[in-house]
Design a protein around this ligand. Structure first.
Ligand SMILES: O=C(O)CCC(=O)C(=O)O
Ligand SMILES: [Fe+2]
Length: 331
């Protein structure tokens, strides 16, 4: 684990959290239909304070849609490398869309080489508008791929906004708090493929190295293979075992900063030693590029003095991208 991550484990994870040995499961049905938002928000508060992760069930996304996205994702990663490379992320300048080969992005830089391969896209734009906003790179002659995965992305944006309403309530903010920060939010829809590893597996090379996510919120769909691991306060890895009918939700650095460490952007990694190919579909939503994120007054107290200076969402994300993308280091 890199020195930075160890520091964050000691200071942020161990000191003030309750132990968890299972990621909590939250039924978000009553948040979505409005019948008991406050009960859901209390459960969200415990989960995000102590684990930074939760499973959510009754999320309202059809299993058929999720299954279809996994089907086309498998087909995409089965394409020859030469075809996937035509869509390489480096073609897209700072829009950061397209294919990323194994070792092309290393989320625990200097420590772990990531075996995963990725395909990223986001809100469609006809020209490059600036960092994180530009044209997607779609595989040619495959309209179903685009329609299905883009439709899924749209559903994720809507679900994330609902979850952020629950998170706002859990912090005693108004339900619409995040809307002001998210007029035109950065979002990335990612498809991931993890080849299996056998024999002695060391931290030097695993599916995805130990990291925190960068933005506001991640919604992860995973297949039934398993391999996601989340750190608990004692430094043990807790398995994010797949549970049918759920997504895994976690928060990223921006919510941790906003809450002055009251909520935890927790460290996680993937080790796929199952002997099978693993696929997952994470969706990341952030704030507007220029949104300023600084600790909420209600989270700054005598015993928890202000820990962060204000940053813009875009500045923070660009800094983390520059540290992890091989093609940016070379540029
Ligand atoms: O594939 C997974 O289970 C986790 C992926 C992840 O942590 C990420 O893409 O940030
Ligand atoms: Fe992650």
């Amino acid at each position: 684990m890199s020195k930075d991550l160890l520091v964050s484990l000691d200071d942020k994870l161990h000191a003030r959290r309750e132990r968890f040995d299972k990621i909590p499961i939250v039924d978000i049905g009553p948040l979505l239909d409005g019948t008991d938002k406050h009960r859901v928000s209390r459960e969200i508060r415990w989960a995000l304070s102590n684990a930074g992760f939760m499973y959510v069930k009754n999320h309202g996304i059809q299993q058929d849609l999720i299954d279809s996205v996994f089907t086309v994702s498998r087909r995409f990663f089965d394409l020859p490398l030469s075809e996937k490379t035509l869509l390489h992320i480096s073609n897209s300048d700072v829009a950061f869309r397209g294919y990323i080969e194994p070792f092309g992005e290393n989320t625990n830089p200097g420590k772990t080489k990531d075996l995963k391969e990725c395909f990223d896209f986001g809100p469609e734009r006809s020209v490059l508008e600036g960092p994180f906003f530009g044209p997607n790179q779609w595989p040619s002659s495959w309209p179903e791929f685009r329609e299905l995965t883009y439709g899924y992305h749209q559903r994720m944006v809507a679900l994330a906004k609902k979850l952020l309403q629950g998170i706002a309530l859990s912090l005693d903010l108004s339900e619409g708090y995040f809307e002001n920060l998210m007029r035109n939010p950065i979002s990335i829809q990612r498809l991931l493929h993890y080849p299996p590893q056998s024999g002695h597996v060391s931290e030097d090379m695993i599916g995805i190295g130990a990291h925190t996510d960068y933005g506001n919120l991640t919604i992860l769909a995973q297949d039934d293979v398993g391999g996601l691991q989340v750190l608990n306060r004692d430094g043990d890895w807790v398995q994010g075992t797949p549970i049918q009918g759920t997504f895994i939700i976690n928060i990223g650095d921006l919510i941790q900063r906003l809450t002055n460490d009251v909520y935890l952007a927790n460290i996680h990694r993937v080790v796929n030693s199952s002997g099978r190919e693993r696929y997952s579909v994470p969706f990341f939503i952030d704030a507007d590029f220029d949104a300023v994120i600084e600790p909420l007054k209600s989270c700054v107290t005598d015993s928890n003095p202000q820990r962060y200076h204000p940053v813009t969402c875009g500045e923070h994300k660009l800094r983390r991208f520059a540290a992890s993308y091989a093609h940016l280091a070379k540029a």
